[in-house]
Design a protein around this ligand. Structure first.
Ligand code: KG4
Ligand code: ZN
Length: 336
């Protein structure tokens, strides 16, 4: 079964064709990041306009690259929640129009579920159940993935998402948006023990995260240094921040795995591209004899292949939308 996936939840317009949820026939991404960089973050109004301009060409190219015509596709899967509402609506309305004109079934897909599905594309043998740490720009969740379509949230961030904290700390250090990847690179050259930063935990909720205190500590440290005319090593600060954030993510993930007897650990979302997070969890899992899976780097960020993959499993489970489908800015992953 071939699924055409469409993604427009933030600042990437993407389309892809995937066979049986696992084999990528094509994957096209038009990124708007260069334009949002000028403003230091995503400007929702600009994002919606650029999606409208790009979507026809991106979908056409995905079909062409896959070697399929629309009548060789079996269903259309589209990201409908959560995300920027104006951005989501572009993909949802395009998919509805295409579904109505072609007669193909329309499958609504939750954005975080699709990030998890990026792992089905990168790891052919991976099947639920597993424990997944979902770390993106807008969300940080520890999820028990019981089946492809039955998910249960064990913990989540109480304030900033991990990616948001990476981006804000990077911005304070003078790096361009989105700073997570730049901070990650710079950290390779720094000493992770140079600066002591808080490692917040949430009392009584061992699987929940809190990153705003860590982000503020970095901002205050830079501010105090500039007032005193002291020099800060950006490499060392980047390395110290990355180590602290990764320690919090790894600590809660291992604790949840112990408590729920999960022996198969998966990471997903933009921050799963982080080198230290990938390395540390891989080593911790190896030490315990647990399985560890992560998406290949090209599938960590937003793309439509992951939407088509999750769409396949949702469709198998009977999920289908009518032409009344709406987009939602927020939606729990359990409901997805
Ligand atoms: O999943 P994603 O592409 O978009 C959302 O759904 O939010 O995640 C984007 C986030 C951004 O905050 C970006 O800075 C972060 O992922 N990110 C990273 C790295 N690569 C991307 N954060 C830390 N280290 C990285 N290597
Ligand atoms: Zn995302």
């Amino acid at each position: 079964m071939r699924i055409l996936g469409i993604e427009s939840s933030c600042d990437e317009t993407a389309a892809a064709v995937v066979e049986d949820g696992r084999k990528i026939l094509s994957s096209v991404i038009a990124s708007q990041v260069e334009e949002h960089k000028l403003y230091g973050g995503v400007v929702p109004e600009i994002a919606s306009r650029r999606h409208s301009e790009a979507i026809c060409g991106v979908v056409r190219e995905a079909l062409e690259q896959s070697g399929c015509t629309l009548d060789q596709v079996d269903a259309i899967a589209v990201t409908y929640a959560p995300g920027l509402i104006g951005a989501l609506l572009v993909g949802v309305n395009f998919a509805k129009g295409l579904s109505m004109s072609s007669g193909l079934p329309l499958v609504p897909v939750h954005h975080l579920r699709s990030h998890i599905a990026a792992n089905y594309l990168s790891n052919p043998s991976l099947e639920p159940p597993f424990l997944c740490l979902v770390v993106s720009g807008g969300h940080t969740h520890l999820v028990s993935v019981e089946s492809y379509t039955s998910l249960h949230v064990l913990g989540q961030t109480r304030d900033d998402a991990a990616g948001e904290a990476f981006d804000k700390a990077a911005r304070a250090m003078g790096m361009p948006y989105p700073g997570g990847v730049h901070l990650d690179k710079l950290a390779e050259a720094g000493n992770p023990d140079a600066y002591r930063l808080p490692r917040p935990s949430v009392e009584g909720a061992p699987y929940d995260f809190s990153f705003s205190g860590l982000k503020t500590a970095v901002i205050n440290l830079l501010h105090n240094a500039s007032q005193k005319g002291a020099t800060i090593s950006t490499e060392d600060l980047a390395a110290s921040f990355r180590k602290t954030a990764v320690d919090c993510l790894v600590r809660n993930t291992l604790r949840a795995a112990e408590d729920t007897s999960s022996r198969r650990i998966v990471i997903a979302g933009g921050v799963s591209a982080n080198r230290l997070l990938r390395e540390t969890l891989s080593q911790e899992c190896a030490k315990r004899g647990w399985e560890f899976y992560r998406p290949e780097l090209s599938l960590c960020g937003d793309n439509a292949a992951m939407v088509a993959s999750q769409g396949y499993y949702e469709y198998q489970n009977g999920k289908k939308a009518s032409c009344n489908l709406n987009a939602c800015a927020t939606m729990p992953i359990e409901v997805g």
